[in-house]
Design a protein around this ligand. Sequence first.
Ligand SMILES: [Zn+2]
Length: 128
Amino acid sequence: MLPVPVLLEQVRLLGREFVRRDMQAHARKLRLYYLALSHRLAGPSNEVDVHWNEAFVQAWLETLRVPPYDAALELRPAGTSCPRCTREGTQPSTRTELVFPGGARLRCSTCEDVWIETDPPPPPRPAR
Ligand SMILES: [Zn+2]
């Protein structure tokens, strides 16, 4: 594995070539890689794997019930099958979208309903 300063120099070299060839999308992603690398945020093998976007930030805020997103999704006990599909007599098929310590964000593939399951209940938020 290359020492980080050597790799950073290679990234700069490649970035200049992307810009010279007007490969702006590649250059933009490489700039993010450079920033992560230069701030020692890369993982093993100097890997940076970032697939974040606005929707993903929103989903995590809702999932972790961070105010003011704390009531965005219904909280259900672990192992709940989709109540909407069960009520309508449809066979629900749930999939886990996100997992966090003590819970998960689930989606019904049949009706697209989304909810949070926690077991045990989440700790109370400290008063501000
Ligand atoms: Zn459903």
